[in-house]
Design a protein around this ligand. Structure first.
Ligand code: AN0
Ligand code: CP
Length: 317
């Protein structure tokens, strides 16, 4: 594998999950593979899980790891070409990227949507520049439109817990005070479609996702109807995608919070969320603390997903 930015890079999903479960049984079986190889992780945005799980995965493979938080201690970076750099930005991404490539063998990039210009976000300008100019295999640690390491971990978690071959998986919008990207729901829908699960997406009117990600999913505006018979409830907030409200918060309606009463409509569903989660906005204390909550095993599987991805990138060096 030469890069990892979406489900399209991972190939056969059954094979990928089998590889993940094999690594989970003994995560130290490939410690020689990363010897004298360096991973550089670049963060334009905050992280807890991605940073720790990806570093742990790299250590399991015997890699050396370097982390750069672009906003802490590095020069402020200009990203637009053609700008007269007489402001506060001391360095251009077009020099910074190839320089970073000099010091490592594999690069992970986290760069969220800015939510001001849909075209810029959906072209994945930052991630694409890393792919083009770093000279190294690049993987996404959540980019503007997708979070494939999260979705891969979600898929592994569902495969471990499902009770029927083709479970009903419900992606539900839930309220949040701030405007968040569509990366997690886009990517989740993309992977669930690829896995051919029975996927239902529920959200208030105005929160329709890009149809390219919705794919074969059914959209149900009545959250209670969507929950009926569900095997997995996957909660997430996102901001509006549709014009003219791209990136805006249209609702903070706590009638959409996932609570015990709504979970009772499901087929004893498991509750999932990528974390970080706002309790009693997205989900009640009771549901996230219940025995059906998978948020911790899901986060644990981030290490496994990252290890499969790094292993495949190393094998192709
Ligand atoms: C980010 C998002 O919604 O994309 C990261 C999720 C993994 N969440 C927040 O900023 C709260
Ligand atoms: N789920 C996830 O990616 O978490 P972090 O933002 O903490 O990395």
């Amino acid at each position: 594998m030469k890069r990892f930015t979406s489900v399209h890079d991972i190939g056969d999903l059954k094979q990928a999950v089998a590889e993940a479960l094999e690594i989970k049984r003994d995560r130290f079986q490939y410690t020689g593979l990363g010897r004298n190889r360096t991973l550089l992780m670049i963060f334009f945005n905050s992280s807890l899980r991605t940073r720790l799980s990806t570093e742990k995965a790299a250590l399991n493979l015997g890699m050396n790891v370097m982390v750069l938080d672009v906003n802490q201690g590095a020069w402020k970076l200009e990203t637009e070409r053609g700008v007269v750099m007489d402001g506060d930005k001391a360095e251009h991404l077009l020099e910074a990227i190839p320089v970073m490539g000099c010091y490592c063998d594999v690069i992970g990039v986290r760069s969220f949507a800015r939510l001001s210009d849909k075209a810029v976000d959906y072209e994945e300008r930052i991630l694409e520049q890393f792919i083009r100019h770093s000279g190294r295999p690049v993987f996404s640690m959540e980019a503007a439109t997708r979070h494939p390491l999260q979705s891969f971990a979600d898929l592994i978690t569902i495969e471990e817990h499902k009770r029927v071959a083709r479970p009903k998986v419900v992606l539900t919008w839930a309220p949040h005070p701030n405007a968040l990207p569509q990366a997690v729901p886009n990517s989740f829908a993309e992977w669930m479609n690829a896995a051919d699960y029975d996927l239902v997406i529920t959200h208030p009117v105005g929160y329709e996702l890009d149809p390219r990600f919705v794919g074969n999913a059914r959209v149900e505006y009545d959250q209670r109807k969507a929950f009926a018979g569900a095997d997995f409830i996957y909660a997430k907030n996102w901001s509006a995608y549709a014009d003219p409200h791209y990136g805006e918060v249209l609702s903070r309606d706590r009638a959409w919070t996932v609570d015990r009463e709504k979970m009772a409509l499901t087929n004893d569903a498991f509750f999932m969320h990528c974390l970080p989660v706002r309790r009693n906005m997205i989900v009640t204390d009771e549901v996230i603390e219940s025995p059906r909550s998978l948020v911790i095993p899901e986060a644990a599987n981030r290490e496994i997903a990252a290890q499969v991805v790094l292993k495949r990138l190393l094998e192709a060096l």
